[in-house]
Design a protein. Structure first.
Length: 183
């Protein structure tokens, strides 16, 4: 199989996938080495600079995505006037789970200061959150984000989440304030 055939074969497979495909799977299907497939993928990435789509590695696999410059056009086409966005409450809950996982529903409620029962059901229904076990001390069900969450956010792993520290309030002098209240 020539390089051109390898590139075209990879493109043909990636055109029909519903979720990202790893280099290993592509190598097995195409009966090529993982190195050959990786090199071909890296080459293909550079060939789509002037297109309406890109090839990206997300969640441990490769997939075609619409080019970010055309997100508003794609959004308009896909939504067709419908709202499918998450509410502010759902986004806040999802953020808590993403950064604190695995976490119980009660812990998420305590952090947010409100009951998250309905919001959790929405996140589970949309496939962004799933059960991942039980907390030993309390028996509470623990929740984590899904691979679909990573895919929707365009992340390769949870380590790619942005740091929270820059968004937290400046707490300099908090100890002095607390000490003055207890005196």
């Amino acid at each position: 199989m020539s390089n051109v055939e390898l590139h075209r074969s990879i493109e043909a497979i990636l055109m029909v996938v519903d979720e990202p495909v790893s280099e290993i799977v592509l190598a097995q299907v195409l009966e090529k080495s993982v190195d050959d497939v990786s090199q071909a993928l890296e080459h293909l990435v550079t060939t789509y600079d002037d297109r309406g789509f890109t090839l990206k590695k997300v969640n441990g696999g490769w997939r075609f995505y619409s080019h970010p410059e055309y997100s508003s056009v794609v959004e308009k086409f896909v939504l067709d006037g419908q709202q499918s966005r998450l509410t502010q409450a759902a986004l806040e809950t999802l953020s808590v789970i993403a950064y604190r996982q695995p976490v119980s529903r009660a812990r998420v409620s305590a952090i947010r200061g409100v009951n998250v029962e309905a919001v959790m059901k929405t996140l589970i229904t949309r496939g962004l959150v799933e059960e991942s076990g039980v907390e030993h001390e309390t028996g509470a069900i623990l929740y984590v984000t899904t691979s679909y969450f990573l895919e929707r956010l365009g992340l390769n792993s949870l380590q790619d989440l942005p740091a929270l520290a820059p968004y937290l309030p400046n707490l300099d002098g908090l100890d002095e304030i607390l000490d003055s209240l207890t005196d």
